[in-house]
Write a protein that binds this ligand. Sequence first.
Ligand SMILES: [Mg+2]
Length: 311
Amino acid sequence: MANDCQSRAQGILLGLACGDALGRPVEFQGPDRIERTHGRVTEMLAHGTHGQPAGTITDDTEMALCIARSLAEHGAFEPEDIATRFIDWKRSGPFDIGIMTSSALQRIQNGESWDEAGQREWEASTEGSNAGNGSLMRCAPYAIAYQDEPVELVDISRQSSAITHADPRCQWSCALFNQTLANLLIDVDQPLERVLDDIGSELPDDVRNAVEPVTAARRGEPVDISLENSGYVVTTLQAGLYHGLTAETAEDAIVDAVMMGGDTDTIGAVAGAVAGARFGEGTLPERWLTDIDEIDELRQLAFDLIELRSN
Ligand SMILES: [Mg+2]
């Protein structure tokens, strides 16, 4: 089943990029405005928010690329190297970068260590602006490399989050998300439910409460997933898992996620990674993939990360 695993692993990285690029032009817009202006967003749009060509990825995929490249080159989690790659990317002047990410990286540039900077930045932040989705959006590559090592995957997902996002809700959202992806990769029947069995008791209440409606929806119960998606990690996790795990197709998962409005590129990216793992890369629309410049590298990196696992 190696090819199936490869297709799912590539689906994670390609789905992430598809959701990111599809959501980019409508980021910050409410669902009503998106609907009024575009109808259903099923094509890569040019211009829009950040004024970029169709198929342009944003910080979500760019930071995931930093992590995937580091893992592939070093064959292991090297947090200092990952922090350095984040800083090099920040210095390149990206058109979008999260506030907490930027501030934490600036601390490292000013001489603080990678494992202190995020913690201090978190302590200096107030409730309401201290638990963004900036580490969740980039963490999926670990799920491929550590799919067979659940304890390491939880630990590394949390540490990687803490480089910029040390809030327990951010750390545990990354851990839960990556465990879900890993379960999809190894074809576990109830991927999210299994994670809740394994680490549910360790999750912060806000994280556990946010995923409960997703499991209810998977049991066929009616749920309301319409919270405002402002960039709070818990609502992004909920929306991404909901669409990724309940849609009929990968395309529907990503489009429905983007149509929620708000932080559309990141909700799209999170839903896209889940849907890509669930359905495989071959189910992602070719017309989307051809618009994204980084697809070949993402395909190769997914392959490299699988290889890493078997060594
Ligand atoms: Mg973004």
